[in-house]
Ligand binder design. Sequence first.
Ligand SMILES: NC(=O)c1ccc[n+]([C@@H]2O[C@H](COP(=O)([O-])OP(=O)(O)OC[C@H]3O[C@@H](n4cnc5c(N)ncnc54)[C@H](OP(=O)(O)O)[C@@H]3O)[C@@H](O)[C@H]2O)c1
Length: 304
Amino acid sequence: MKLGWIGTGRMGYAMAERLAKGGCDLAVWNRTKAKADPLAKYGAKVVNQLEELSTKDILFVMVSTYEDVKEVIGKALAAGGNKGKPKLVVECSSISLEGSAELRGILSQKNVQYLAAPVSGNAKVIKAGKLTFVVSGPKAAYDMARPYLDMMGTGSSYVGEGELARIAKICHNVMLGVVIQNLCEITILAQKAGMPRHAFLDFLNKSVMGSMFTRYKTPALVNLEFNVTFTPKLLRKDLDLGLDAGREFEVPMPLTSLMRDLLQQMIGHGFTEQDFAALLLMQAKASGIELKSENQEVGDGLSS
Ligand SMILES: NC(=O)c1ccc[n+]([C@@H]2O[C@H](COP(=O)([O-])OP(=O)(O)OC[C@H]3O[C@@H](n4cnc5c(N)ncnc54)[C@H](OP(=O)(O)O)[C@@H]3O)[C@@H](O)[C@H]2O)c1
């Protein structure tokens, strides 16, 4: 199939790279074209105009918020005009239920099928081949997209019709927020009580409580490497989406409310360009200790 790809930020680039390296017929557009250009060396065609993607069979989208999604899809479809339209749009950004439903309406008026397909994993996870998707929409559309989703990671979970995948992804990211805060709290507690962070995390990672997430965040927590994988603002957006969903379905989410405000505090202190794991620094400050890198060799938690 002919594939189109919109958005080559941290996530979109790494995902499109896997399709290009897999030999797909892929055309890519990014607002800042220079970020997409390196994909040409893997055989992708980097286009200047969105309209060049409007007639692809499957159009993948990975941008930031629903407003951005609406803007790029609107432009791509308007640009297609009489020339045609995609058979299927696969929207992978983390957006709200309401936005996703509105998009489904817009696309169905134009007879374009639509899958909500948000992801779990950051750019390093994608490079390691461990990205996963949660997908909802028509089953036949899922069957059409599935081989390409498989190429980008370890597979996808189909959860049903409509916007269900959005709820699954929001739940997932609420857990991400709550877990990283807890991980920072206990790591600082262990350190203040007298043990090195790397020793404590070595134990935790080998225990039943350890996970791919705790393992791949360990280099950041031990060596204070906060190169951004996911910004505090994007995480705050997802916690806000979780709290909105909680209100809609009348589900109390006390931990999420608290976590949302801790992130707000972090952003208020100017932590906007670091990784969200820099919550560790906030926790250290609140505990009256100054952190230093332990300069320890710890695994990246992703290589098997
Ligand atoms: N990073 C993670 O770990 C992670 C994990 C799972 C899901 N997500 C979700 O995946 C999405 C992308 O995240 P990311 O980390 O890749 O973000 P990012 O690095 O900031 O990339 C954002 C992308 O969206 C494009 N974009 C934004 N607004 C646009 C607009 N109005 N018109 C055209 N293009 C626009 C940007 O284009 P430019 O290059 O021109 O700025 C860029 O390609 C978000 O919804 C995020 O919540 C992220």
